[in-house]
Design a protein around this ligand. Structure first.
Ligand code: BES
Ligand code: ZN
Length: 629
């Protein structure tokens, strides 16, 4: 090799690495492009969406129009949208004429592009203020649209009316709205939604609190949001306030329990504002969905969607609210540019969630959650393999389902990266920086490469000692858990570990000091038990602590895994009920995995699954189908 060139390239490479700039391979504009969207935002971009939809519970379809205000750039004559499983009937231009459109070939996960020809800019601009200013797509959804879950009355608490909810993240918005479905593209929206009389409709927008006599609802979201935050829920839904700007929606049978469980919502919003600046979305409400909701929570702006499985009766699982609320800054205000940058949404949010919990419930409590998270991450890294690229913070999900990126890596490794920054510069400095970060980038997107630069310059002041101490490259572009990962110290967990030690030494469960155990301490206890436990000891423990009959979904999930592994068959009817009633993927997946590990277990699982699957959302049954195939 030419000596000079060699020397020069070394300088180039070391500069890139030593200032912990992003991996040079990732600096091409192509790598910044969203691999999960067909859209062409540099040429034509959606600015406002007006939905006019009728909800048909009989046919399980939404039908109507999506009117798009588009901004055309560079003299381009077409706009490309994302669709999946939509029936596109026609597209009308602002002058009333029909637009030519074509649907691309089906691509796995991403669906079909919808290319609409727009002959001249005049055709999309309003000729007068009375005329629509955009293209109007007449369409309907398919009954098995992946974002939508249509529930029969029997699958709801009241058993009287059907229920519908959407789950658009990550790339499912396109299964119910033809739109540019990329987290880097934001638009405002309005909607008219017609539902059967007697039902309430709510969206990620300004919401009604009372049933409209004619079944028609008007929504307005005047703050620009990406498509994955489009959300709709329809059912027998009532509302109760929990404070000046917070409240809970739920089925009437659930509303009082929900209000009790989430009584600290207003406090949480105030705590979050104290930390990282004003809450910008006006109200913060939460809807408790039927138990088939596939996630713990979904941060739909102004209206978090939540699972009822966090209603434990003792408010012990409400960090979920802190989490979804924190997304009002990290995620909804400053949004990951693509799903490869997912850690920018979730890592910041888990860090922020933990800070809210610390402020409202104290450090003791918050550190237990942090410790549980870290243990979970270590397990996840073991499962993925500690050299796997899926353990990097920056992911490469091109050609894959973005769902593959939903692991503890984005959440917990991301959070511990921020804890490391806190340790390095001090809390005060980190908080000042964070507040400024949310302000500066509000209503915009952020990619990993830009964030690395901002952290280097604004937070670490380009100080080479600090920069090498943090070693962003190892965290972001490297596998596993870097050696400088912060430790968590929880005295309460040390006490749990001491009790575990006694138990492992042969002490009876009934002799242990567990009287004051919180949910988190029980989870620590259950996770610390050995893999193999004798039938006698399983029974003795169950008699002492009543695990099998617990009402806490998280405790049950841990306990049932022990039951399955140790053939504790008494629990089977309870496991069956649990799997049939709960559709939250995080809670059912580990049980199916444990069951699938033995032939008898798998047979039992398959049998239960025939009854449970109709209650699951597509997000969950796709995962379980894989496990049981
Ligand atoms: N935004 C996520 C849920 C999500 C992620 C849906 C990716 C689809 C694709 C939400 O904020 C979340 O993280 N939920 C967690 C709750 C939690 C960590 C407290 C969940 O559902 O378990
Ligand atoms: Zn989240």
């Amino acid at each position: 090799m030419n000596g000079k060139f060699f020397a020069a390239s070394i300088v180039f490479i070391t500069t890139l690495y030593s200032c912990t700039s992003p991996n040079p391979q990732l600096l091409t504009p192509d790598s910044m492009k969203d691999p999960h969207s067909f859209s062409n935002p540099d040429d034509a971009v959606v600015k406002h969406l007006t939905l006019n939809l009728t909800v048909d519970f009989e046919k399980k379809i939404l039908s109507g129009t999506a009117m798009l205000d588009v901004e055309m750039k560079n003299n381009v004559k077409q706009i490309i949208l994302d669709t999946r499983d939509l029936n596109i009937e026609k597209v009308i231009l602002a002058d009333g004429s029909k637009a030519k459109f074509s649907l691309g070939d089906e691509v796995k996960y991403t669906g079909r592009s919808l290319t609409i020809e727009i002959p001249s800019v005049e055709k999309v601009k309003p000729a007068s203020t009375l005329q629509p200013s955009a293209i109007t797509i007449h369409y309907s959804t398919k009954p098995d649209a992946a974002a939508l879950q249509w529930l029969e009355p029997s699958q709801t608490a009241s058993k009287k009316l059907p229920f519908l909810f959407t789950q658009s993240q990550a790339i499912l918005a396109r299964t119910w709205v033809p739109i540019q479905d990329s987290p880097g593209i934001r638009f405002t929206y309005s909607a008219i939604v017609k539902v059967p009389k007697g039902m309430l409709a709510v969206m990620s927008a300004e919401n009604p609190t009372e049933i409209s006599p004619d079944g028609e609802y008007n929504f307005e979201m005047d703050q620009p949001v990406p498509a994955y935050l489009l959300a709709l829920s329809v059912g027998n839904i009532s509302f109760k306030s929990t404070g000046g700007r917070t409240g809970v929606y739920a089925e009437p049978e659930v509303i009082d329990k929900a209000v009790h469980e989430f009584a600290d919502m207003e406090k949480m919003v105030n705590a979050a504002e104290d930390l990282y600046g004003p809450y910008r979305w006006h109200r913060y409400d939460l809807i408790v969905l039927p138990p088939s909701f596939p996630f713990g929570g979904m941060e739909n702006p102004r209206l978090t969607f939540a699972t009822p499985t966090v209603i434990a009766g003792d408010r012990s699982l409400t960090s979920l609210v802190a989490h979804e609320l924190a997304h009002s800054w990290s995620g909804n205000l400053v949004t990951n540019a693509t799903w490869n940058d997912f850690w920018i949404n979730e890592g910041f949010t888990v860090y922020f969630e933990n800070r809210i919990m610390e402020k409202v419930y104290g450090k003791d409590f918050a550190e237990m959650n942090a410790a549980l998270g870290l243990e979970g991450l270590k397990e996840t890294i073991k499962d993925l393999g500690d050299t796997s690229a899926d353990t990097h913070l920056k992911l490469n999900l091109a050609g894959r389902d973005p769902d593959d990126g939903v692991t503890d890596v984005a959440y917990i490794k991301g959070c511990f990266f921020l804890r490391l920054l806190e340790e390095t510069v001090g809390r005060e400095k980190l908080d000042d920086w964070m507040r400024k970060y949310f302000d500066t980038h509000a209503f915009k997107s952020m990619n990993t490469e830009e964030l690395v630069k901002i952290i280097s310059s604004d937070l670490l002041n380009n100080d080479s000692t600090l920069i090498s101490k943090v070693n962003m490259n190892a965290w972001i572009y490297g596998p596993g858990l870097p050696a400088n990962c912060p430790q968590v110290k929880s005295e309460r967990f040390e006490k749990v570990d001491a009790e575990l030690k006694k138990w492992n030494g042969g002490a009876k469960a009934s002799s242990l000091e567990t009287k004051h155990f919180s949910t988190q301490e029980w989870l620590r206890f259950l996770q610390g038990l050995p893999e193999k436990i004798s039938p006698e000891r399983m029974k003795e423990m169950d008699d002492a602590f009543g695990f099998t009959e617990s009402n806490n979904s998280e405790i049950l999930c841990e306990w049932f895994q022990h039951c399955i592994r140790n053939n504790y068959l008494q629990a089977n009817p309870y496991i069956e009920t649990y799997l049939i009633n709960i559709g939250r993927r995080k809670l059912v997946k580990p049980l199916y995995q444990a069951l699938a590990a033995t032939p008898q277990g798998k047979e039992f699982a398959k049998n239960v699954y025939t009854k449970a699957r109709p209650n699951y959302h597509a997000v969950t049954y796709h995962t379980i189908d894989e496990i049981l195939k």
